[in-house]
Design a protein around this ligand. Structure first.
Ligand code: FAD
Ligand code: HEM
Length: 475
């Protein structure tokens, strides 16, 4: 078995320079303290939000108002006293990692891309070997991962490789990695775990890129990994000062809307700050350590409840559990909020919103957010579904339309009109004064983004929430 030339438990570089100060292959000694303090300028005040202008019937959507959370429920997840309410997270651009890496590349980036090209045809083998190395060399880490390492197991490695490939694009890389580092707290990831992962990454890459692997290439990967992990470690440490690693949330309402869609409303055990348009990772008690993303179906509510629209997909583990098994009283876990499909309140441009299936949930949240800010911005919603029956939330959307003259809602049903969302937006417009928001199945987002670009909407005005694509585009 190949042994990486450097071992992660023999650091030769101080973390202060993150291993980037030249000299080749020093592993980092992770710092436990954040390099920066939490950025208070990015925090907005939850208390400033108006709470009495909600256009929706909260009773129906939210179920009964539960008692206030018991502060004694706080556990070791949140070791730090947090006297003030948690603040909404900073706006993190998810999308830019999908951009092509810059044409002019640093020597390290050239070496990294060379490795990537070499291992691309055998990516599956690299992933399997990486996990095999990790669990054989560091058996205690196995319990952090799900029992069944399913099709999603390649996400960690893909993210690592994509981040390394974009190592020159510091600004977008850092924002992405900070988000990832914060999100890793819910897995129980600690700073001391990072060297183990790095060592096994190098072990797997060097084996499968053997033809081109040399000391120089290894040093470039060590530097890249050291930088990547230090950003994640620092972001997690900063987050520890202001938020728990995860939240417990009790299901307080479970409303079956169609054969396969349920609206699940939960009460978090501690205040859960988020922005309309974002999503949370959710873990159910039936599939421990398996986390899936679900978008918030409302803007933040004065009663602190959160709701999700969940569609049970064929053979889907978490979605079927949430739709067919979950009942009021069940406790789920939530990771921190994430996602950049949020309303930019610094402009008054219109919002062109495309929601397919349960993708209408965050769009509804965006509409509520605009309504709460009391603005008169045009909001045009295209709500796509395969059949009439699948437009499970059309009544709510039409009620919102009645209350808000600036809102227009159009249903686009595939089967009737043989029309899909992208065709529909081409038929209306012009959209040059609009920012676009897309939410729904990845295929719809891809075709929607193509259609919007075709009609001249610049990429920076298009927001969507399909995080899977972040780490897969280009590979
Ligand atoms: C940012 C983001 C926000 C999301 N928000 C929501 C939301 O608000 N509501 C919601 O219901 N879902 C949402 N999803 C999708 C959700 O995260 C899960 O992927 C989905 O519920 C399937 O998870 P699962 O564990 O049930 O299925 P898995 O066990 O992951 O998958 C089982 C099988 O089903 C297939 N499969 C997965 N998804 C689909 C699908 N849509 N149609 C057909 N087959 C599929 C898989 O390929 C696999 O073969 C969101 C995803 C992202 C990335
Ligand atoms: C630079 C280093 C790392 C990168 C880029 C990275 C990236 C990722 C990504 C993208 C995911 C997919 C889910 C998500 O977005 O949260 C993931 C999942 C995960 N990561 Fe990491 N990770 C890194 C280091 C680590 C370390 C050190 C550990 C601890 C051993 C770890 C443990 C996990 C676990 C347990 C999961 C969930 C696995 C699953 O759902 O199947 N990661 N990682």
């Amino acid at each position: 078995m190949f042994e990486a030339r450097h071992t992660m438990d023999a650091p030769t570089t101080r973390s202060a320079d993150s291993g980037t100060s030249g000299g080749g292959g020093g592993w980092f000694a992770p710092r436990n303290q954040p390099a920066t303090t939490p950025d208070s300028e990015q925090e907005t005040t939850e208390a400033n939000r108006p709470t009495d202008t909600r256009p929706l019937d909260r009773t129906r959507a939210g179920g009964p108002t539960p008692p206030e959370p018991d502060a004694s429920q706080t556990d070791e997840r949140a070791p730090v006293q947090r006297p003030s309410p948690p603040q909404p997270p900073p706006h993190v651009p998810d999308e830019p990692l999908t951009a092509d890496p810059p044409a002019s590349a640093s020597p390290d980036a050239v070496l990294i891309r060379g490795t990537m090209a070499e291992v691309a045809p055998v990516a599956d083998k690299v992933t399997s070997y990486f996990y095999a190395l990790l669990f054989v060399r560091h058996p205690s880490l196995r319990s952090l991962f799900p029992a069944a390492m399913d099709t999603q197991r390649d996400r960690l490695l893909k993210a690592l490789l994509t981040a390394a490939e974009h190592i020159d694009n510091t600004e977008v890389l850092v924002a992405y990695l900070q988000n990832l580092g914060r999100g890793h707290r819910k897995y129980g990831t600690r700073p001391e775990h990072y060297p183990a992962v790095g060592e096994c990454l190098i072990g797997a890459l060097s084996r499968y890129a053997g033809g081109i692997w040399n000391a120089e290439t290894e040093a470039a990967w060590v530097r890249a990994y050291t930088r990547i992990s230090q950003v994640m470690i620092d972001a997690a440490a900063a987050d520890e000062l202001r938020a728990p690693a995860w939240w417990h949330a009790e299901i307080v309402a479970h409303d079956i809307r169609t054969r396969d869609v349920a609206v699940v409303t939960v009460r978090p055990d501690q205040p859960y700050p988020f922005l309309a348009g974002q999503y949370a990772s959710v873990e159910t008690p039936w599939w421990p350590r398996i986390w899936r993303h679900y978008s918030f179906a409302s803007a933040p509510r004065s009663d602190g409840l959160l709701s999700f629209h969940v569609k049970a997909v064929p053979a889907g583990w978490v979605s079927n559990a949430l739709v067919h098994r979950a009942r009021p009283g069940d406790i789920i876990r939530l990771g921190p909020p994430a996602g950049s499909m949020t309303v930019d309140h610094t402009t008054d441009s219109g919002l062109l919103c495309l929601g397919g299936g349960t993708g209408i949930a965050p769009i509804k949240a965006l509409v509520e957010d605009v309504a709460e800010h009391g603005e008169r911005r045009p909001v045009e919603v295209f709500y796509g579904a395969r059949t009439d029956h699948d437009l499970y939330d059309i009544d709510t959307m039409l009620r919102l339309q009645q209350s808000h003259p600036w809102l227009s809602v159009r249903a686009v049903i595939d089967q009737q009109a043989r029309l899909q969302l992208p065709d529909a937006i081409r038929a209306y417009g012009p959209w040059n004064e609009y920012d676009a928001y897309l939410s729904g199945p990845p295929g719809m987002i891809r075709s929607g983004v193509d259609a919007l670009r075709d009609i001249g909407i610049p990429t920076e005005r298009i927001r969507h929430d399909s995080v899977e694509e972040l780490v897969t585009v280009g590979h």
